[in-house]
Design a protein around this ligand. Structure first.
Ligand SMILES: Nc1ncnc2c1ncn2[C@@H]1O[C@H](COP(=O)(O)OP(=O)(O)O)[C@@H](O)[C@H]1O
Ligand SMILES: [Mg+2]
Length: 320
């Protein structure tokens, strides 16, 4: 498989009688960001740890940066980086001191370690914070320092396991920016996430994983097309108004609106998002229909799962 930085075929990993990976396939194009999208318990971390040689597997084959994971794990380790590996970032040291320390741990030699730390602080937009204690960093700065630490040796392939889970939107944006810059520099990134939006923003291809198996492999647009794109949603104040709301929504929607009487909610897919929203809001106001909530909703991981598996992500977790 030329041109692929990561190839996995039929990977199996069992914990007792639990199949964490149950014939998992993956192909990651060199120089790309590839999203591995799935809910809690789907097998993302297991897949990453197997590919990063941190976990033995029970079946199948994998190559990373052209090297067989089972036969030559040490060669693989030289070519990869992994976030989470450096959770040992020292709170008392500054960002710069941490990076210099990792550089020396990787036998860069004092002067090269110092130079590499400076480069990485620039690359990850941490120049201003470089000489402050890591204990004072925001969540986003902390994750960017983790990223920088995993890039000390400029690996060919970088595994990012849920790099933005638990971050606020602003910090999340900062991490996305850092990932984009990395890839511009030629690194291949395999990024696991529970957010469709994150995979959509960063990845050129997305594999959806459910119960240890790839259930879809597509471009972000292809995946969103299957799910149905953006939706407009209106929650009426009064259930008696639902037919009128549905009529207003139908004017701008791509297909017939769905009415959820219990939640007094009408929703439908739309293409021209903002125009649709403005139009519906104006109509409802003109007709003096009380609205509790109105907005645009992007498809979520839950929508993807509903479409691909017929059940939402919660059911998956319960089944796991
Ligand atoms: N060390 C372990 N022992 C037993 N079961 C595990 C272990 N690690 C993960 N699992 C199980 O394997 C499945 C996949 O887990 P994981 O790879 O962590 O999923 P994800 O990262 O997508 O949340 C889950 O059902 C999880 O409970
Ligand atoms: Mg995980």
């Amino acid at each position: 498989m030329d041109g692929y930085a990561v190839v996995a075929e039929g990977l199996e990993k069992r914990y007792g009688d639990k199949h964490a990976l149950a014939g998992f396939d993956l192909a990651v194009q060199q120089g790309s960001v590839h999203g591995l999208l799935g809910p809690n318990g789907a097998g993302k971390t297991t897949a990453v740890r197997v590919l990063a040689t941190l976990l033995r597997f029970d079946g199948g084959r994998a190559r990373v940066a052209g090297v067989d994971v089972r036969c030559e794990p040490r060669q693989v380790r030289r070519r990869i980086g992994l976030t989470g590996q450096y959770a040992a970032v020292d709170e008392v040291l500054t960002g710069r001191q941490n990076l210099e320390m990792f550089g020396r741990l990787f036998h860069l030699g004092g002067r090269r370690a110092v130079r590499r730390a400076t480069e990485l602080l620039e690359q990850f937009d941490l120049v201003g914070a470089g000489d402050k204690g890591v204990g004072t960093y925001s969540g986003g700065m902390r994750r960017r320092l983790d990223l920088a630490a995993s890039m000390i040796l400029a690996p060919d392939v970088l595994f990012l396991d849920e790099p933005t889970t638990g971050l606020d939107p602003r910090s999340r944006g900062e991490v996305w920016e850092a990932v984009r810059r990395l890839v511009a520099g030629g690194t291949t990134v395999l990024l696991t996430t529970q957010y469709l939006e994150e995979a959509d923003r960063l990845a050129s291809r997305i594999t959806v994983i459910d119960q240890g198996r790839a259930i879809a492999d597509d471009t972000p647009d292809g995946l969103k097309d299957r799910v149905g794109g953006d939706r407009i949603e209106v929650v009426a104040r009064d259930a008696a108004d639902l037919p009128a709301v549905a009529k207003a929504v139908a004017r701008v929607a791509d297909t017939d609106p769905t009415t959820d009487a219990l939640e007094r909610r009408v929703h439908a897919p739309v293409t021209d998002r903002v125009a649709a929203l403005t139009d519906v809001a104006r109509t409802l106001q003109e007709e003096r229909i009380g609205v509790e909530d109105i907005g645009l909703r992007r498809p979520s991981l839950d929508d993807v799962f509903l479409r691909l598996t017929g059940h939402g992500t919660q059911t998956t977790e319960e089944a796991a």
